[in-house]
Design a protein around this ligand. Sequence first.
Ligand SMILES: Cc1ncc(COP(=O)(O)O)c(C=O)c1O
Ligand SMILES: [Zn+2]
Length: 431
Amino acid sequence: MALATAEITTSNDFGPAVGLSCRECGTRYPLGPSFACIECFGPLEVAYTWSGPDFDGAAPVTREQIAAGPANIWRYRALLPVPADVAAKPNLAPGWTKLVKADNLARELGLRSLHVKDDSGNPTHSFKDRVVAIALEAARTFGFHTLSCSSTGNLAGAVTAAAARAGLDACVFIPADLEEPKIVMASVYGGRLVGIEGTYDEVNRFCSELIGDPLGDRWGFVNVNLRPYYAEGSKTLAYEIAEQLGWRIPDQIVIPVASGSQLTKIDKGFKELIKLGLVEDKPYKIFAAQAEGCSPVSAAFKAGREVVQPVKPRTIAKSLAIGNPADGPYVLDIARRTAGAVEDVTDAEIVDAVRLLARTEGIFAETAGGVTVGVLKKLTEKGLLDPEAETVVLNTGDGLKTLDAVASGARPTAVIRPSLDAFRTAVVENS
Ligand SMILES: Cc1ncc(COP(=O)(O)O)c(C=O)c1O
Ligand SMILES: [Zn+2]
């Protein structure tokens, strides 16, 4: 759906991007705030100088040039739909988060080589800062004055923070029953935070209506009318993981799924690195992780279905609670094409996995990270993951955002008077 507002710009504003193309029918569109194909309603994605079959194979950037760049996502600006001077503008400069070698967890699960890509280290403590940084650039280029989104919580905080830094207005929409820390974060940066009585899918539908209304004129909804740009931010996870492994794609990777956008773009990122000759061509398996209480993609995968049937979410992993995932069918395709799988875990398994990761690696994940680690464990036990292969698991958010999930049973070992005797009696002799 092309919008009337500030439609076309020069491709220069978008670096190597040359247009938008429909994932379903391939119809090409100029770069604009459009997100669905007029011909078939398929989703639009960014096409680059290297997207077509005629590409001559020359990468627009070398490994050395990337390595000499800043320690944030802008080191990959030559591969992103952003202008060359993007790093000079006020933004949160997310990315270049730690790839933690997780030997303790690997030992516990019986894996030879395991890394945790820990995106809780981003400015607002989730991977959403990556996607918002790219969408913010597009919003500026299109002349939008308000940054907005529908959100399961993390995106709302990332948007209000990015808008504050960039000097734009913000107005974000969330289901009213989200975790308190996410509500606090999204409101502390300023802007307007609107809680909607309904599920995320209802919030998202509301936002789509707002875009078509004069009320939403010159608003950039990062995950709706700016979605093609927003989605490209997740490619930087693929680039970073490969670069941090010494320019190598891992053999297998476990990724959480809400809308499925992050997973599909990590796959796109790996494919680009291979196509541009920045890494060696090799097979890799992508495993998708969902919470049992919101597992429409996992259900379709297990039933061998092509169609993802929407569900009403009921899970503590609220950041993954999207019952009608826009990229669900693509997640299915990718899991099947790469010989991966889609698996889900119960709320109890999510809590256990949050504790397991914290206890073994000192990483406190939010419930979404509990989903990926829980699914990693389950897939290993089922023999679906190769224990000898190089494995990466994503933690996409910080445990402080979902404290309640692990709060029960969390108390001091003992509460004592400040005396050695009391310590000896209550702690040393008791352990
Ligand atoms: C912490 C966290 N991880 C993963 C996801 C999944 O993202 P996607 O919608 O791209 O599948 C979300 C989505 O909100 C999230 O907040
Ligand atoms: Zn189409």
